[in-house]
Write a protein that binds this ligand. Structure first.
Ligand code: 5AD
Ligand code: SF4
Length: 456
């Protein structure tokens, strides 16, 4: 979503390319807000831009490669327009810093994940011909208060759905993961700032908010824990749906399961990243739970909400993963019956513990394991979707179908994508629908009756 879409004759134009996770999408929105103060306006065309920023991701090697090949492509633009400024932000920038400037002479500035609010100052220097690297960490208090000067008046982004970052960084050192190195130690934002930002979003049209954090359930600030924060957000008038991603299974407790079951806006959907079904691999991943405790957490939710949707992240081909251990992951996938899985081939990341582990798995075995996993999951999703046929679901409408007339699209509270025929309902409306058909990756439905908004 772009926050500064209008064009002006006087303003400069900025193009931001976002890679990776929702946290980066959120940061990109903040960059647009900061840059708008400097009279920069959004453009969708790189050719048109005075400033191009790549907001990078380093979670897996592939994501990092994309950044360098994009920089290669931008060379032509820079030679056609020497006034063009190119900046690299995000996780690759945080980790690589100045090395990016050395590697590509066309890059003007590099800034880390805590430095996006310093963009105006950096740009002034860049326009004076300086090359800048700014990857220092803010002190904890500053991060805790992050965006104070922008939080209240500047949020113009008003999508039906919005992300809202509640914690930055991570204190878990999963052996495969680069996030603690790029985003630093965990800091929770002030609850008052989070609630104010959520209220502002709702007042400008947002109906669904997804709270973001590497480990949301360890949120704690000013004596407010995650469940208390959810309680406060749930009270916001006009906020129809609240979601969060991701909780760490080791920190998922009864209190949170109770909140999902009882808070009206909190959707009956949980993303609980399992990573592996083998206890030995989980230990080597430094995840601090076993498959049995994971099953207990799933049961904790399903005891309260038997139909709750559960999604997960899985890694195949972690160093030393045997065929039997991969089969344990497959068994977990069959046992839990996830509504959605995000599955990844293990990718060694510089500076992480697992890169030092022996017995790295060949690319061909990783690909084969991923193929088997995806094939099985496809069947599970088909069965899950089939069960939904004939049921009534509440859908938040996101817009018109991109091809079909008289058809709108949206998501159920379980986050399943649905196309609704014979409806011209507007984006942002809640609609009660009857599911009529299950496709491989989506559901089809007809409207049953409109549910009216309370308080809007
Ligand atoms: N290799 C593969 N997948 C990874 N993830 C994180 N680091 C790696 C890595 N080095 C996956 C995990 C995490 C998700 C966001 O990305 O499954 O939950
Ligand atoms: Fe990475 Fe683990 Fe932290 Fe998630 S919990 S961000 S996988 S270190």
């Amino acid at each position: 979503m772009k926050s500064c879409t209008q064009n002006t004759e006087d303003g400069k134009k900025v193009f931001i390319q976002t890679y990776g996770c929702q946290m980066n999408e959120y940061d990109t929105d903040k960059m647009f807000e900061v840059l708008r103060q400097e009279n920069y306006f959004h453009t969708d065309s790189q050719e048109d831009a005075d400033l191009i920023i790549l907001n990078t991701c380093s979670i897996r090697e592939k994501a990092e490669h994309k950044v360098y090949s994009e920089l290669g492509r931008l060379r032509n633009l820079k030679s056609a327009n020497p006034e063009l400024k190119i900046g690299v932000g995000g996780c690759v920038a945080q980790q690589e810093g100045e090395a990016i400037l050395r590697r590509d002479a066309n890059v003007d500035f590099v800034f880390g994940t805590d430095n996006l609010f310093e963009l105006p100052r950096m740009l002034r220097k860049v326009h004076n011909g300086e090359k800048i690297t700014q990857t220092g960490r803010h002190d904890r208090q500053k991060v805790r208060n992050f965006i104070p000067e922008y939080a209240f008046q500047q949020i113009s982004k008003s999508g039906i759905k919005a992300h809202l970052t509640i914690t930055k960084g991570c204190n878990n050192h999963c052996s495969f993961c680069v996030v603690p190195l790029t985003r630093g130690l965990e800091v929770s934002r002030e609850p008052e700032h989070i609630v104010a930002e959520a209220e502002k979003l709702v007042s400008t049209g947002t109906r669904e908010i997804c709270l973001l954090g590497q480990n949301v359930n360890s949120y704690k600030a000013n004596g407010v824990d995650f469940v208390e924060l959810l309680n406060r957000l749930d009270k916001i008038d006009g906020l129809q749906r609240l979601r969060f991603t991701s909780p760490h299974p080791k920190d998922f407790h009864e209190k949170l399961a109770d909140a999902i079951a009882s808070l009206p806006s909190l959707c009956e959907h949980l993303h609980l990243p399992l990573q592996s079904g083998s206890n030995r691999i989980l230990r080597r991943m430094r995840r601090w739970y076993t498959i049995d405790t994971f099953y207990e957490k799933v049961a904790m939710l399903r005891d309260r909400l038997p139909k709750a949707a559960i999604s997960t992240d899985l890694i195949v081909g972690f160093p030393g993963e045997t065929d039997e251990e991969f089969e344990m992951t497959m068994e977990a996938v069959r046992n839990v019956g996830f509504d959605l899985i995000y599955s990844f081939k293990y990718s060694p990341r510089p500076g992480t513990r697992a890169t030092e582990y022996p017995e790295h798995i060949s690319e061909s075995i990783k690909s084969e394991r991923l193929r088997i996993l995806l094939e099985t999951q496809e069947k599970i999703v088909q069965e899950k979707y089939q069960v939904l046929v004939g049921t009534e679901q509440e859908v938040l409408i996101e817009g018109n179908h991109h091809r079909k007339a008289n058809t709108v699209t949206g998501r159920t509270r379980g986050n399943h994508p649905v196309s609704i025929h014979n409806s011209t309902e507007k984006a942002g409306e809640l609609l009660s629908v009857l599911i009529t058909r299950a496709n491989p990756n989506s559901l089809e439905a007809e409207p049953s009756s409109a549910i009216s908004f309370a308080g809007i």
